[in-house]
Write a protein that binds this ligand. Structure first.
Ligand code: SAJ
Length: 401
C-alpha cells in the first residue's frame, strides 16, 4: 500500500509519519522545497513533542520520502490549509490545487480523501471536478472526507487514539477509507456521509469557540461588577451539569479562530450564536489592549514618568511556541503602537528569537516592570511570586486573583 500526502504541515506531516510507522509506504508532498529538504533529512520543521524521533526512524527505514511533486500511489490525502479571505469567506483554492496536482495520477480503485477543514460541500465539488476532468474514472474511485481532531502538543498520542469521523461519497468509499485509517487508528472510526463529516469538524471547533466566548463574556461582566471571574467559574462548575471553560485574552490558533467562519459564511441568517461568539472572542483581545493602554496612562499621570511594561506571552495558548493568530501577539503589537516609546519588555519563554519582537527573559522582565500583563498562562509564569507593589493585569488566570 502506497499513500501520497499532499501537504506536510501541522497535520499532514504527523499523519504521514504515523502512517509510515505503521508500515504504509508514504510519499509526502509539499510546495515548499525547504520543508521537503528538511523532511528528507529527518528534521521536523514543526514543533511537536516526540515527532522528530519518529520522522528520523521512518526516513531511515525508507518508509517516508518527501517531494515537491506527487507520485503514483493507491491513496491520496489532501492535507493543505483552508484559510479565509478578507471577508471571512473560506478559501478552498489549496484543496483544489492539490486535487488538480494528483488528478493525472488517479487510476481505477484509488482512494481520494480530503482531511483539510473544509466548508460543507467541498468534497462533492472536488468529486465533480475529478469526474469532469477524468470522466473515465466516474464511480471507479473512492472519495471520502475524514477530518482530524488532534490537539497540537499531543499529536503522537491523539493521531492513533482519537475516534475519527469518516464520510464517503457512497458506502463503498466509506468502507475503503475506514480500511485505510484502521491501519493506524486505534480509536473508533465512525461512518457517515461527506457533508455530515465536513459539518462535524466545523461543529466541534465552533462549539469550543462558543463555550470560550461564554467564559470571555463572563469575564467582561465580572470586571464591571467587581467579581473574581475565576472564583465564580470554579464555583459554578461545582454544579453537576455545568462545565464552563476559562476566559483568556481572546481565541487564537489556526482552527478555532477560523473554522466557525466556514459556517457563518454559508449560513449567515442561521448562525447567530456562532457569529456572536466570534465577535466576543475577537473583542476580548481588543478590550485587553485597551485595559493595558489605560493602565499605562494612569501610571504616567500618577508617577510623572512612563511605566516599564512586561507583556508576558505571545503564543496562542499555554506552553507552545506557535504564535499563529495569537491574540497575545495582537495585543502586544497594539500596545507597542500606542505606547509612545514606553519601555515594553516582551516575553515568550517558548521562543528563542523573533524577527519582529525583541524578546526578554521572563524573570528579568517581571522584576523590572511596573505593569505586568499576563497574556498566556505558560506554566513557568506560575512560579513567579505575586508582587502586590506592581500593577498586574492577569488576563489568563495566572494568580486567579
Ligand atoms: N482557550 C481559552 N479558554 C479555554 C480553552 C482555550 O481561551 O478554556 C483558547 C486558547 O488559549 C487558544 C484557543 O482557545 O487561544 C484555542 O485553543 P484550544 O486548545 O481550545 O484548541 P486548538 O486550536 O489548539 O485545537 C483545536 C481542538 N479542537 C477542539 O478542542 C474542539 C483540536 O482538537 C482540533 O484538532 C484543532 O482545534 C484543529 O486542528 O481543528
Amino acid at each position: 500500500m502506497k499513500a501520497c500526502f499532499m501537504g506536510l504541515g501541522y497535520i499532514g506531516l504527523p499523519t504521514a509519519i504515523i502512517a509510515a510507522k505503521y508500515g504504509i509506504e508514504i510519499i509526502g508532498v509539499d510546495i515548499n522545497p525547504k520543508v521537503v529538504e528538511m523532511t528528507n533529512q529527518g528534521k521536523l520543521h514543526i514543533i511537536e513533542p516526540g515527532m522528530e524521533e519518529l520522522l528520523q526512524e521512518v526516513v531511515r527505514n525508507g518508509q517516508l520520502k518527501a517531494s515537491i511533486v506527487p507520485e503514483v500511489a493507491d491513496a491520496y490525502f489532501m492535507v493543505v490549509p483552508t484559510p479565509f479571505k478578507g471577508n471571512h469567506e473560506p478559501d478552498t483554492s489549496y484543496v483544489e490545487a492539490a486535487t488538480r496536482a494528483v488528478l493525472p495520477l488517479l487510476k481505477e480503485g484509488d482512494l481520494y480523501v480530503i482531511e483539510s477543514t473544509s466548508p460543507v460541500g467541498t468534497t462533492d465539488r472536488m468529486k465533480k471536478m475529478i469526474f469532469e476532468l477524468r470522466p473515465e474514472l466516474t464511480d471507479k474511485i473512492y472519495i471520502a472526507y475524514c477530518p482530524e481532531r488532534v490537539l497540537p502538543g499531543n499529536v503522537v498520542y491523539e493521531l492513533v487514539h482519537n475516534d475519527r469521523v469518516i464520510g464517503g461519497m457512497n458506502e463503498d468509499s466509506t468502507d475503503k477509507a475506514i480500511e485505510f485509517y484502521s491501519q493506524f487508528v486505534q480509536g473508533t472510526l465512525h461512518r457517515t456521509n461527506c457533508k455530515t463529516a465536513e459539518m462535524c469538524k466545523l461543529t466541534e471547533n465552533s462549539s469550543r469557540d462558543v463555550q470560550i466566548a461564554f467564559a470571555n463574556e463572563l469575564s467582561l461582566i465580572c470586571d464591571k461588577a467587581n467579581i473574581n471571574v475565576w472564583e465564580l467559574i470554579n464555583l459554578a462548575n461545582k454544579h453537576p451539569r455545568v462545565n464552563i471553560l476559562q476566559p483568556g485574552c481572546g481565541v487564537g490558533g489556526h482552527c478555532i479562530a477560523v473554522d466557525p467562519y466556514f459556517i457563518t459564511a454559508d449560513f449567515p441568517m442561521e448562525s447567530k450564536i456562532i457569529s456572536t461568539a466570534r465577535e466576543i472572542n475577537n473583542y476580548k483581545a481588543f478590550w485587553c489592549a485597551e485595559k493595558v493602554e489605560n493602565a499605562m496612562l494612569k501610571f504616567e499621570l500618577e508617577h510623572h514618568r512612563k511605566p516599564t511594561i512586561a507583556m508576558m506571552g505571545l503564543a496562542f495558548k499555554p506552553d507552545i511556541d506557535d504564535l499563529r493568530e495569537a491574540p497575545a501577539k495582537y495585543i502586544t503589537t497594539k500596545v507597542m503602537q500606542s505606547c509612545n516609546n514606553a519601555d515594553i519588555l516582551i516575553v515568550e519563554p517558548n521562543v528563542e528569537e523573533h524577527n519582529v519582537f525583541k524578546l526578554a527573559d521572563y524573570k528579568e522582565a517581571y522584576t523590572k516592570a511596573d505593569i505586568v500583563v499576563f497574556l498566556v498562562a505558560h506554566t513557568v509564569f506560575k512560579s513567579l511570586a505575586y508582587d502586590d507593589k506592581k500593577i498586574i493585569l492577569d488576563f489568563c488566570g495566572i494568580y486567579k486573583k
